[in-house]
Design a protein around this ligand. Sequence first.
Ligand code: 5AD
Ligand code: SF4
Length: 383
Amino acid sequence: MMLADEKLAAIRSGDACDLSRRDLTDILGAGPSVDEPLFHAASAVLERTVGPAVYLRGIVEISNACQKNCFYCGLRRDNPGVARYRMSSEEVLEALQEGFRAGLRSFLLQSGEMLGDEHIETVAQVLSECGRLWGDSVRMVLSLGELPRAVLDRLWAAGGRRFLLRIETSDRELYGRLHPRDGIHRWSERDACLGYLSSSGWQTGSGVLVGLPWQTVGHLAGDLEYLRGIDIDMCGMGPWIEHSGTPLFEARDSAPPVRERVSLTLRMIALLRIMMPEINISATTALQTLDPEGLEKGLQAGANVFMPNLTPARFRENYNLYEGKVLVRDDLETIIRSGKARCGSVRRLLVPDDPGDPLHYTRRLAAPGRGAEASGKADGGVL
Ligand code: 5AD
Ligand code: SF4
């Protein structure tokens, strides 16, 4: 029996324990027999801490325009095959209201990275309007790329409080192979932006891509330690999916096969649940794209957030970060009903009408000298 098996058994029974870098690498690189003890340990941790609840977060892809050129992403600036769009604040609000009526209380506004005033003002307007309509009953999460501090402060002033920015990989060298070296794709800038978010009171989320070309289990173990190191409140991790219109497509033979990318993603979720029991972890769309049972498997590994897509179909078909993205055409009520059944099938409970604040954040704010308090910003925000 490898040492990691003993540790997983101890974690499962509540007797321990921390996982060392070596354990993480061993578990990520182990054969299929590690999955059962790993997922059982993660489930036990989940049951003892955050419980069986699964929260809904509605995603609205507000624009697919992007100034960046990440080698893996279908929305990259130099992909001419994308019909670019920007939703107006009215269109965004309409999508949010439909979500609210269906019982959603947490929303993610996502776009490519753009610094233009018009884009930022649209988001600010949406935030103010959500605050006016729903006050404290709704949580808005922003995922708009790396933004300058002044812009983040502008969004905070409009009521923004939660931000998601994936580090993509914690390894600077690998990051360098996945992005152009042109001065606007700098790992250190991304890391600094995450640092600013977290130190200035934003509830901060991050995450990584799993199963990238050239990525090793050592890199992934480093990613888990990085995410814990920056003390995130929420996390989204998904498998890399090739897109034929991107440079990284050429390197696909250097990536693990699809099944292994799924399996590694599930192991990453389970390990992070063990390492950070009280954060929110989503079962990502990318995971569900590569595996029709991605939602159920993600939940069983330790995820606790399910993200229905609220982007109107006419825009959604142009938001292709990767190829084959699941395009669920059901109406929202049907998606939520089937979500309830799917959660139930793995003994979890989907809870609509709940914004699903991560316990980790609630505690972080309560601790003296932490969170918004430390930044000098009063957390009077409604969102
Ligand atoms: N496969 C999977 N995820 C991708 N993303 C971008 N391109 C891909 C891809 N080809 C993810 C990145 C980004 C998020 C918005 O989408 O992690 O942060
Ligand atoms: Fe733009 Fe984000 Fe895609 Fe990079 S991953 S090209 S920043 S949308």
